[in-house]
Design a protein around this ligand. Structure first.
Ligand code: R5P
Length: 225
């Protein structure tokens, strides 16, 4: 990846982490952009910031523990104050595609419990319409062929995600179907339709969940609300 995009991720992450306050419960996102945020939170914790983290994946949980961020069980609290997470695509209406790293299920649960959901991104993630990035759909393995047929009826050409010739298995033991919808002109309608397919556990369309996107841009940040 171009070094300027990596710098944009870091700048966006640091701007978001500056918003975290003492005593907050903080959702910890997943992916290469969120990793910059987790590291920046760990630095602030070392300097005395008192927070409790809720990781959105096993990978993030492991990283947070290694970096000394105290964690809390999500089922011991009602709301998460702030979550900082990445995205694969975002629009100016704050619709997102997430799940490129396979973590969309816990990410969406955490986002749904979060008061202030902050998305951090480099400028390559900013799109006019979602859909160039294939939409990740998390599916019970038993249902994968059925779900692919239903996705096709909605205009999405899906394949089961593979890693080293084997299906990619999520933290919860499911598979991911990456569905090519080309251009998603109505993300809310598509989200509703996907929610109605039996066998779909969750999908990577996030609508109405983000309060703001902080995008790295020309050495600073651009904010979308
Ligand atoms: O499942 C992964 C997450 O939704 C990530 O936040 C998303 O894929 C963006 O990842 P990255 O920051 O590595 O581009």
């Amino acid at each position: 990846m171009a070094t300027d995009l990596i710098a944009e991720k870091r700048i966006a992450a640091e701007a978001a982490v500056a918003m975290v306050k003492d005593a907050q419960v903080v959702g910890l996102g997943t992916g290469s952009t969120a990793e910059f945020a987790v590291k920046a939170i760990a630095e602030r914790v070392k300097q005395g910031l008192q927070i409790k983290g809720i990781p959105t994946s096993d990978n993030t949980a492991q990283m947070a523990r290694q970096l000394g961020i105290p964690l809390i069980d999500i089922n011991s609290i009602d709301t998460i104050d702030i979550t900082i997470d990445g995205a694969d695509e975002f629009t100016e209406q704050l619709h997102l595609i997430k799940g490129g790293g396979g973590a969309l299920l816990k990410e969406k649960i955490v986002a749904s419990k979060t008061t202030q959901q902050i998305i951090i991104a480099d400028s390559s993630k900013h799109v006019a319409f979602l859909g160039k990035f294939k939409l990740p759909v998390e599916v019970i393995p038993f249902a994968s062929r059925y779900v692919m047929a239903q996705l096709a009826k909605l205009g999405g050409d899906g394949v089961v995600r593979q890693v080293n010739g084997q299906p990619f298995i999520t933290d919860e033991g499911n598979v991911i179907i990456d569905a090519d919808f080309k251009k998603i002109s109505d993300p809310v309608a598509l989200s509703d339709a996907l929610n109605g397919i039996v066998g779909v556990v969750e999908h990577g369309l996030f609508t109405g969940l983000a309060q703001q996107v902080i995008m790295g841009h020309e050495g600073g940040v651009k904010i979308f609300r």
